[in-house]
Ligand binder design. Structure first.
Ligand SMILES: NC(=O)c1ccc[n+]([C@@H]2O[C@H](COP(=O)([O-])OP(=O)(O)OC[C@H]3O[C@@H](n4cnc5c(N)ncnc54)[C@H](OP(=O)(O)O)[C@@H]3O)[C@@H](O)[C@H]2O)c1
Length: 240
């Protein structure tokens, strides 16, 4: 039976989340996004919440999942703050783990009953090439590696229900988050550029196109997988 279903994307108004939303909407699909700030240019339905706040996120997850049948979820939101091992504080640690991992777990739990009722689903987690190791990003790397653990374990649990779970690990992609952590002209940004075999940053739409594949009906036999979309950085020997 045909039914109207929705794709839900966290961090949908900018960068990679925005590119995923735009591509889905261009395909005629219905998109629900979450972000903190209103964005009149966003063409899907936008819900506003600060996902770092537990009660705000619980409330918005409930509101969305009781109102819409969701069969595709992209756990896109993430957060990093560059800090050396000795500079990691309990507060930063908790914020990075929360925004990259805990929100993904809680939202997946909230959306799952809808997918189970519909008898199908697609979940895509957005990790990072940084999970292979990155200077001054150990907590972020650990959180993103954790998302791969979630991906594989959820994929096994949900396979009998025809719900697939996959992961996209972007390399350096030109977005607000990237520019904030790696200002133009900074030594960090220059060394990142030097270490990318393709010698350029990714465009958010290049990341989004891999997500679109995992979300598609035709990706029905692909689950538990992680694809790096990183201009070759994940196979390069250079350190950054
Ligand atoms: N860019 C890269 O180089 C790169 C590389 C590897 C992995 N990634 C991963 O890709 C994902 C997307 O990153 P991006 O670079 O596309 O980010 P971005 O350009 O900074 O966009 C972030 C999006 O999330 C929303 N957002 C931020 N904080 C939020 C919060 N606390 N609550 C609700 N919404 C929030 C923002 O809207 P508001 O500001 O209005 O809330 C915006 O829509 C992240 O998981 C990141 O770790 C990025």
């Amino acid at each position: 039976m045909e039914y109207k279903s929705y794709a839900l994307i966290t961090g949908a108004t900018n960068g990679i989340g925005r590119a995923i939303s735009d591509l889905l909407i261009e395909q005629g699909q219905s998109v629900i996004g979450i972000a903190r700030n209103p964005d009149p240019t966003f063409k899907g339905q936008l819900f506003l919440a600060d996902l770092s706040d537990i009660s705000s996120r619980n409330q918005i997850f409930k509101e969305i999942t009781t109102s819409f049948p969701i069969d595709r979820l992209v756990n896109n939101i993430g957060f990093n703050q560059l800090q050396g091992l000795l500079e990691v504080t309990a507060q930063n640690y908790q914020k990075i783990i929360d925004l990259n991992l805990t929100v993904a777990l809680e939202l997946t739990q909230a959306v799952l009953p809808s997918m189970l009722a519909l008898g199908q689903g697609r979940i895509v987690n957005i990790a990072s090439r940084s999970m292979l190791g990155k200077k001054n990003s150990s907590v972020y790397a650990a959180a993103k590696a954790g998302l791969v653990g979630f991906t594989k374990s959820w994929a096994i649990e949900l396979a009998p229900s025809s719900i697939t779970v996959n992961c996209v690990a972007p390399g350096s992609t030109e977005t607000e988050m990237f520019n904030r952590n790696n200002p133009i002209g900074s030594p960090g940004r220059n060394s990142i550029m030097d270490s990318i075999p393709m010698n350029r940053l990714g465009d958010p739409r290049e990341i989004a196109s891999a997500v679109i594949y995992f979300l598609s009906k035709s990706a029905s036999y692909t689950t538990g997988q992680t694809i790096f979309v990183c201009g070759g950085a994940s196979i390069s020997q250079q350190q950054f």
